[in-house]
Write a protein that binds this ligand. Structure first.
Ligand SMILES: Cc1cc2nc3c(=O)[nH]c(=O)nc-3n(C[C@H](O)[C@H](O)[C@H](O)COP(=O)(O)OP(=O)(O)OC[C@H]3O[C@@H](n4cnc5c(N)ncnc54)[C@H](O)[C@@H]3O)c2cc1C
Ligand code: SF4
Ligand code: SF4
Length: 436
């Protein structure tokens, strides 16, 4: 089924993470219409899954949740979740965009988000939002504050028992639902598609996927989160024990030419330090060591946070290269050799939990978006901008802008700043009806 939406003064934002949300709010608040296209069933992006944020240790959900509601309630923003851009034609001021709205099998206008259907569903599968450490049903929302608060059926996992349909008093479940094609006419486009995490199994020596007590930083974020699969209790996955000697390994899949990631991912040092501090907050008795190559604490308050991690929280920082990990068969601890870069000494260390801090990479599907829009990508795979200094959110295609991690790794404050900057550039196009 095809729907046509034509609106003169409107913009398209692709990606509903913190950057795309900011851009949407800033455009909408100036009186223009925004179509926010998000491929997942909810907006929020990665920030929705984080526990605390550096360097203030504010609760991530507490900052994000009011923004999610603001976006959902804004009269000028139309949310197109579970949707992807298929094609783009035209030029600045007059783009015609085709969007595929994937079938949720739940009617957005009827679903109240009560969750009765989900409680009735007999199928439990690992929840991607919890990095597979928790479970969700075949009819689900990814997290409690999901926006919109509308359930979706995972048809690959659904066994078609139709219990959900019988339970839903609002008649919202429709197994006959099909994908919809929506045609949009917009004056400007912002790409805010974020990042993916480096696949740490590309370093077999670190034992991820082989040793249960080697986890990634994102898994750690979910484990320490009160809304996560362990209700915020940091435990080892092998035996449920509280870890007492935790290692964080920095720069995994960053600054490594051999792995095709020569660049610094900018956020891993700080999120590594944050998570080390959180480990001590959770358990002041725990020994916590961060193995790093360099600490890049460049943002406002970052260096002070790093100092605080050392002095107030007693985190041990070792400038060192980590070699091959092996598992102690008696206790599933991880044994590793570490070369201290400052002293040249090699020592053997044992930890009961190892957290790998992966670098950031361009997200899956960025090539499709780039091709549809005719955008250039730089050698690292992220979107290229016109001029890093004078036009940092402008792509080489007039009327198309970028923000957040779509053009390179950024932390939340920088992603939000770029979102506002891209919104300003987009509204100039909308105001003059094309390139000025
Ligand atoms: C472990 C970890 C901890 C972190 N901790 C912090 C912290 O404490 N403080 C901090 O400042 N930063 C932190 N960060 C960085 C933070 O996650 C990013 O700064 C932030 O998420 C960037 O926002 P974004 O909107 O650019 O991207 P994302 O959050 O990745 O959002 C992008 C959105 O676009 C959607 N999307 C992707 N492709 C498409 C497509 N083709 N069509 C439609 N939608 C699409 C995605 O589904 C997603 O919703 C951390 C990162 C990690 C990995
Ligand atoms: S589909 Fe029906 S039962 Fe399920 S959350 Fe929506 S309204 Fe509630
Ligand atoms: S029909 Fe599918 S989604 Fe609905 S209750 Fe059965 S398994 Fe769950």
């Amino acid at each position: 089924m095809t729907k046509d939406k034509t609106s003169q003064k409107s913009a398209l934002v692709i990606g509903g993470g913190v950057a795309g949300m900011q851009a949407s709010l800033d455009i909408a608040s100036q009186g223009y219409r925004v179509y926010l296209v998000e491929k997942q069933t909810s907006i929020g992006g990665r920030m929705a899954a984080l526990d605390k944020t550096f360097p203030t240790l504010d609760c991530s959900a507490c900052i994000l949740t009011p923004r999610l509601s603001e976006v959902a309630r804004h009269p000028n923003i139309e949310l197109l979740t579970y949707s992807e851009v298929e094609s783009v034609k035209g030029k600045a001021g007059k783009f015609r965009v085709t969007v595929r709205r994937k079938a949720r099998y739940v009617d957005e206008d009827k679903c109240s988000g009560c969750g009765d259907c989900s409680r009735e569903c007999p199928v439990e599968v690992p929840n991607e939002f919890d990095e597979g450490l928790g479970f969700r049903k075949a009819i689900y929302i990814p997290f409690p504050q999901a926006t919109p608060n509308v359930y979706a059926i995972d048809r690959e996992r659904c066994i078609q028992c139709k219990r959900c349909q019988k339970t839903c008093e609002r008649g919202a479940i429709d197994f006959e639902m099909t994908d919809q094609i929506v045609e949009l006419q917009v004056g400007a486009i912002i790409v805010a598609t974020g990042y993916k995490l480096f696949d740490v199994s590309q370093y077999p020596r670190l034992g991820y996927g082989k040793y249960t007590n080697v986890i990634t930083a994102m898994e750690y974020e979910r484990l320490i989160n009160a809304a996560g699969p362990t209700q915020g209790h940091l435990i080892r996955l092998s035996d449920g024990r509280v870890p007492k000697n935790i290692a964080f390994i920095q720069c995994v899949g960053a600054r490594d030419v051999a792995k095709g990631v020569p660049y610094c991912s900018r956020v891993c040092c700080m999120y590594g330090i944050k998570n080390a501090v959180m480990a001590r907050e959770h358990d002041p008795e725990a020994r916590v060591t961060v193995y790093y190559a360099d600490i890049r604490a460049f943002g406002k308050g970052f260096e002070e946070f790093y100092e605080m991690a050392k002095t107030r929280f007693g985190v041990d920082f070792v400038k060192g290269r980590v070699g091959e990990l092996s598992e102690n068969p008696h206790n599933q601890n991880l044994v590793m050799s570490v070369e201290n870069i400052l002293t040249g000494k090699v020592s053997e260390r044992e930890h009961d939990l190892v957290v790998i801090c992966p670098g950031l990479q361009p997200p899956e599907g960025l090539d499709t978006i780039a091709n549809a829009l005719g955008l250039e990508r730089s050698i690292d795979g992220y979107l290229n901008v016109e001029d890093r200094f004078a036009a940092p959110v402008e792509t080489l295609v007039p009327g198309v802008f970028t923000c957040g991690c779509a053009d390179g790794p950024k932390d939340i404050p920088d992603s939000v700043t770029a979102g506002s900057a891209a919104a300003m550039k987009a509204t100039i196009i909308l105001a003059v009806g094309g390139v000025a």
